[in-house]
Write a protein that binds this ligand. Structure first.
Ligand code: SAM
Length: 219
């Protein structure tokens, strides 16, 4: 694969325009917009497709998976209200783009991917492009990662049939999970705030279309 890691004026300009576009589409969190403005999204693309990297679209990354649409990444990240040093579990590493956004916001990231090829590729690429601090795991994230729980925040980047109870149990009190829930065709973005040991506040938001979350507590 022809990967090249040069961030020149053309890419920087396109990235700035993308940030402006996301702000116009309703992303308000300045920290999230600044993170989108910093992470070179074209590094996650073959050089042949750099002209696609700053369009607000999802794009194939192999293994039948996609790098999420920038709007979706910004939308989910905004809902997490990341604070510096938050311990965040990301389920569905994919390309690692979302991981880099979380790292830019100062989170401590635990990220899990079920597809070995993507897991291997992403854990090699991220340190190479300057994002050295993520903790990578291979496996079924629908059951979380119990040994590292509890988490301040959990983000699920694939569509689930329900909010798995096991993930709610791995949240700290005051923690938030952001997860798309629905059928194969469309999902509602759901946020759940854990207000007490067995007490949750759930909010249902906009409709999206994700690849399926595949696993023991998923499809
Ligand atoms: N945020 C990622 C990015 O920007 O590249 C996009 C992730 S992609 C939409 C969803 C990812 O979730 C895919 O890589 C898929 O293999 C992964 N996935 C699906 N089910 C999973 C599971 N149970 N555990 C971990 N990863 C899973």
């Amino acid at each position: 694969m022809a990967r090249n890691y040069i961030d020149n004026y053309r890419e920087k300009g396109a990235r700035k325009k993308l940030v402006e576009e996301l702000a116009k589409k309703g992303i308000e969190d300045e920290h999230v917009l600044a993170a989108i403005g910093k992470v070179p999204r074209h590094y996650f693309f073959d050089e042949t497709f750099w002209n696609q990297a700053y369009k607000d679209i999802a794009f194939p990354i192999g293994e039948g998976q996609t790098i999420s649409q920038p709007y979706t990444v910004a939308y989910q990240t905004q809902l997490l209200h990341i604070r510096k040093n938050d311990k965040v579990l990301e389920i569905g590493t994919g390309s690692g783009y979302q991981t880099c956004i979380l790292l830019e916001l100062g989170a401590k990231v635990y990220t899990i991917e079920r597809q070995e090829k993507l897991y291997e590729q992403t854990r090699r690429v991220l340190p190479h492009i300057g994002y050295k601090k993520a903790n990578f795991f291979l496996g079924d994230g629908s059951i979380g990662i119990a040994v590292h729980a509890p988490y301040d925040k959990i983000i699920v980047t694939a569509g689930a049939p329900t909010v798995p109870d096991v993930l709610l149990r791995q949240l700290k009190i005051g923690g938030i999970i952001v997860i798309p829930v629905g059928d194969e065709k469309s999902q509602k973005m759901i946020t759940v705030l854990k207000v007490g040991e067995n007490d949750y506040e759930k909010v249902e938001l906009d409709t999206f279309r994700f690849v399926p979350l595949v696993g023991d507590k998923a499809w």
